[in-house]
Ligand binder design. Structure first.
Ligand code: PGA
Length: 263
């Protein structure tokens, strides 16, 4: 059975709708340089630029042999078809994308993504041998009403319901309380630990204890270089999903160092 020490820490930068492809190239070059000098080989680090940057970033990573994993922020579940404006999981896999965020709260809110859509996307990511980062989390109102656990259980069950245990063990879940995103004040390490426990207990019911122990759980929401160590130090938390602070290579690198220092 896997234990925490078998789970490689993961630090993922969700750029959202920031950085055009020129800015993206500069950012990954600066980040890659810092990572090479810092010799950060015991933590996985991914960047998730907008779709229009992916090819440029892929080329930089390959040409310079930078130890960064390419990520995407979403995908469509069909491989191809009449879906104007969409990008398929298959297309991302062809670009060497390794991790895809699914079910981010901003997509659930602004693009109307239901739990069912999230499940379809997650299935497509796995079908193309990439790793989904499933985002789950409660709103401030749900938290105030004492519904945090129930919301997390629903989101995890609905996303993972049809996934085989062996595949489920390879997935990543990011606990992102919506009230802590982009506000400059993160949840506490205790909140992150409690959410991680809920996620693992659902996965354990769906796919068994060893899948639950193998799966990585991240925390996301106002992560910065100062709070990383305490959040990653929380029980059952294997890394962080970073929004705003991932746009600046120096800040993001300090977060990577913070996550790594605990291993
Ligand atoms: P934030 O965003 O770090 O800017 O709060 C996190 C996220 O939405 O993934």
């Amino acid at each position: 059975m896997s234990t925490r020490s078998d789970r490689r820490p993961l630090v993922s930068g969700n750029w959202k709708m920031h950085h055009d492809h020129i800015e993206a190239i500069r950012t990954v070059e600066a980040l890659g340089l810092r990572m090479r000098e810092g010799r950060v080989e015991d933590v996985d680090v991914s960047v998730h630029p907008p779709f229009t940057d992916l090819r440029s970033v892929q080329t930089v990573l390959a040409d310079r042999s930078l130890a960064l994993l390419l990520g995407a922020q979403s995908c469509h579940w069909e491989d191809q078809g009449a879906f104007t404006g969409e990008v398929s999981a298959r297309m991302l896999a062809r670009l060497d994308v390794k991790l895809v965020i699914v079910g981010h709260s901003e997509r659930r809110l602004h693009c109307g993504e239901s739990d069912e859509v999230v499940a379809r996307k997650l299935g497509a990511v796995l079908r193309h041998a990439m790793t989904p980062i499933l985002c789950v989390g409660e709103t401030a109102d749900e938290r105030a009403a004492g519904l945090t656990e129930q919301r997390l259980v629903e989101q995890v069950e609905r996303a993972f319901g049809g996934v085989a245990p062996a595949a489920l063990a390879t997935c990543v879940v990011a606990y992102e309380p919506i009230w802590a995103i982009g506000v400059g004040a993160a949840a506490t390490p205790e909140d992150a630990a409690a959410a991680s426990e809920v996620v693992r207990s659902v996965v354990s019911k769906l796919a068994g204890k060893s899948a639950a122990e193998a799966l990585r759980v991240l925390y996301g929401g106002s992560v910065d270089p100062e709070n990383t160590a305490s959040l990653v130090g929380a029980d059952g938390v294997d890394g962080v999903l970073v929004g705003g602070a991932s746009l600046d290579p120096e800040k993001f690198y300090r977060i990577v160092e913070g996550a790594r220092a605990l291993r």
